[in-house]
Design a protein around this ligand. Structure first.
Ligand code: DAH
Length: 339
């Protein structure tokens, strides 16, 4: 019996010494000390040992068991320490390495121009409002006196969602939303994204931004429109800026006009920038059509108003002398950083 126990111990100690993973160690434990382990089966065979020898054999079994357990525990502790050291070594951080540079973003030229325009109008007492980008035909066209057969409603220009629902082609629908609220007077600008089925090129994009303006009160005249927009142009492009209104047509205003500003590059003499004319077109405007007022519940005999609309990208391109609109949509930080 003693010889058998010695053999089990020697074999177990050799296996422990040869174990190089936790898994192997636990295999040894199971094979020797487990329920069906070698030492356990010796214990089970105690009943065959003559009773007078049992205390002695029992002591041998216990000693063998204790020794194997001790060695197992030692091997486990050693292995854990080695694993921890290896992990710490792998996780070492070299604090002397140069830090990675965090790239800061930059405000977009559109945002800079928009904030400037908002600042000017807010300074004149205007409120900044927003309207929905997904609109119904009514708000985008009908309530703005744009008839059913108007070419702007053509599917080639307008992105339709379903029959009556579309992506707004202009921010002018926001005028209607504001007028319908029934609170007068109104002095608002409404910046926002608009959509048109245009191919991308240097001056077009299927999605761009407009800023709508609307003033409604008693006794508002074309003189108010001219004075306001002339002041706006001076603040945006410089004190020496002059403005010129050319007759135009928009269904929702009567009379309608386009406003040009004197070229801020050459002062009006004519240069490459203004294509030699000395003038640059920047917005559409007019007196709100009485039919438009009436459709939104405002009495055109009591109230009048003016409206205007301008393209934000156009202003940003002009102001920062960028000659390709596509640059505005690439968001290359090296480009954006220049403004
Ligand atoms: N909605 C027009 C466009 O997209 C711009 C415009 C012109 C808006 C005249 C106005 C306006 O409010 O009075 O071309």
């Amino acid at each position: 019996m003693k010889a058998k126990l010695d053999q089990i111990r020697e074999q177990a100690l050799a296996q422990i010494a040869n174990s190089d993973t936790m898994e192997k160690l636990s295999e040894v434990r199971v094979a020797v000390l487990g329920k069906k382990g070698e030492l356990t089966s010796v214990l089970k065979s105690m009943k065959d040992v003559p009773p007078e020898e049992r205390p002695q054999v029992g002591q041998w079994v216990n000693e063998t068991r204790q020794e194997i357990e001790k060695k197992l525990e030692e091997a486990r502790t050693k292995m854990e320490r080695a694993l921890r050291e290896a992990r710490l070594k792998a996780e070492v951080i070299d604090v002397t390495l140069p830090a990675k540079k965090a790239e800061l973003g930059h405000r977009h030229p559109n945002t800079i121009a928009l904030e400037e325009i908002e600042r000017i109008f807010v300074g004149m007492g205007y409120e900044v409002v927003e309207g929905p980008e997904v609109e119904t035909d009514y708000y985008n066209f009908e309530a703005l006196n744009i008839p059913a057969d108007h070419p702007a409603k053509d599917e080639q220009d307008t992105f339709y969602v379903t029959g009556d629902i579309l992506l707004r082609t202009q921010t002018s629908g926001t005028q209607v939303h504001e007028m319908e609220k029934g609170k007068l007077p109104i002095r608002m600008i409404a910046p926002g994204r608009v959509f048109r089925a245009d191919e991308v090129d240097a001056t077009h994009s299927p999605s761009f931004h407009q800023i709508e303006g609307l003033v409604i009160d008693k006794h508002i005249t074309f003189a108010d429109l001219k004075g306001t927009l002339a002041q706006f142009a001076k603040e945006l492009f410089g004190e020496e800026t002059r403005v010129k209104f050319r007759p135009h047509h928009f269904p929702f205003t009567e009379p309608s006009a386009e406003m040009d500003v004197s070229c801020f590059k050459c002062g009006g003499k004519g240069c490459r920038f203004c294509k030699g004319s000395g003038w640059i077109e920047i917005l559409g405007c007019g007196m709100v059509h009485p039919k438009v007022l009436k459709m939104s519940g405002i009495d055109p005999d009591q109230y009048t108003g003016f409206a205007f609309g301008l393209g934000l990208e156009r202003i940003a391109l002009l102001k920062y002398e960028i000659d390709d609109m596509r640059l505005l949509y690439e968001n290359d930080v090296r480009f954006l950083k220049q403004f």
